[in-house]
Ligand binder design. Structure first.
Ligand code: GLU
Length: 340
């Protein structure tokens, strides 16, 4: 089918990029949205709306083990309730679809072939435990384990031997890490640089359960959807050099990156979906309306005074790009801001 051909999509993406700013919000349907996810969603929405651009909604549902029934619909409903609208996405479609990752397998497989043709892919038989145990080397600057290259140069006999250690597991696929510094200038976080070979090692593009890895899927999608600006939480900044390496290998243009400060809980820890106490559903059930949620998020980023209530459109009208590149994050306990 021509509409599912990688190079046709890449040409299409070039045209879309040339027409102006294209941002995206890419939730995983793994549970209810909380204030942390919402802050990233608001950021992505504001960046696009301030630039008169197009916002793409993409559902990142590849990991079936983490997916929760009904979560995709709930997330879209919550975002609409907040007044964060989008221009292309599941249900409404658009020129760069499909917008749900589970419908994009053909493109990920073609992307894999592009890497295979460059002889950059190898099968890896190691479990996580094997990698941890073999990685006696110092850990990367991000604190993670560096893949020590165990399976990179196995001959066929050695491959059989390695497979025999885990007869029930299929091999993962890793891409050979480029041994060069990859640098970016994040629009919010500033300069960031990493040598992937030294800090991470060869990284997984298809997991042993045969699911395409986040790094791979996100780059294929952002590249083929013509995304010019990736706005997301700062927890994903360390993934960005790996993603830039993949853009280069696919011959795709690298977008601008904006890694927004994380919303933290009362102990200073980043919120996660497990922290149900701050899910939007709970706040809605407790009587919060959309202007109160937007006001709380905007105050947490230092853009409005604590206790302000305003719609997403009203907030957009008050801000300019400098506010987005220079937020002033501050922790506002949910309890305190409930005192009207
Ligand atoms: N799907 C990812 C998440 O929900 C976000 C990926 C991205 O923005 O690059 O955490």
């Amino acid at each position: 089918m021509p509409e599912l051909d990688f190079s046709t999509h890449l040409d299409n993406a070039r045209t879309l990029r040339s027409q102006g700013v294209r941002g995206r919000y890419a939730p995983s349907p793994t549970g209810s949205l909380h204030l942390g996810n919402l802050s990233s969603a608001l950021y992505a929405w504001l960046q696009v709306r301030l630039a008169d651009g197009v916002l793409v909604m993409r559902m990142e549902d590849l990991d079936e083990r983490r997916a929760k029934e009904g979560s995709a619909e709930e997330i879209l409903d919550d975002l609409r309730w907040l007044g964060l609208d989008w221009d292309e996405g599941p249900e409404i479609g658009g020129p760069a679809g499909p917008y749900t990752q589970s419908q994009r397998g053909t493109l990920y497989r073609q992307a894999l072939e592009i890497l295979r043709d460059q002889e950059l892919i190898f099968r890896c038989f190691c479990s996580r435990k094997d990698v941890r145990e073999a990685a006696s080397a110092p850990h990367g600057s991000g604190g993670g384990v560096i893949y020590p290259g165990t399976c990179r140069n196995l001959d066929p006999d050695e491959q059989v031997e390695h497979q025999a250690r885990h007869p029930d597991r299929k091999p993962a696929l890793r891409v050979i890490a480029p041994d060069k510094d990859i640098s970016l200038r994040d629009r919010i976080a500033g300069p960031y640089s990493e040598n992937i070979a030294g800090d991470v090692g060869d990284f997984v593009v298809r997991r042993s359960d045969q699911v395409f890895a986040y790094q791979m899927a996100v780059v294929v999608d952002d590249a083929l959807m013509g995304i010019t600006d990736v706005v997301r939480g700062a927890d994903l900044l360390p993934s960005t050099p790996r993603q830039i390496a993949l853009y280069e290998l696919f011959g795709a243009e690298v977008p601008r990156f904006w890694h927004a400060p994380m919303v933290v809980d009362d102990d200073g820890e980043p919120l996660s979906k497990r922290d149900g106490s701050r899910s939007l559903r709970e706040l809605r059930d407790a009587g919060w309306d959309a202007p109160r949620v937007i006001g709380h998020l905007a105050a947490s980023l230092g853009w409005v005074d604590e206790g302000a209530r305003l719609s997403a459109d009203e907030l957009a009208a008050e801000l300019d790009e400098k506010d987005l590149t220079d937020p002033n994050p501050t922790h506002i306990p949910v309890e305190a801001s409930t005192v009207a």
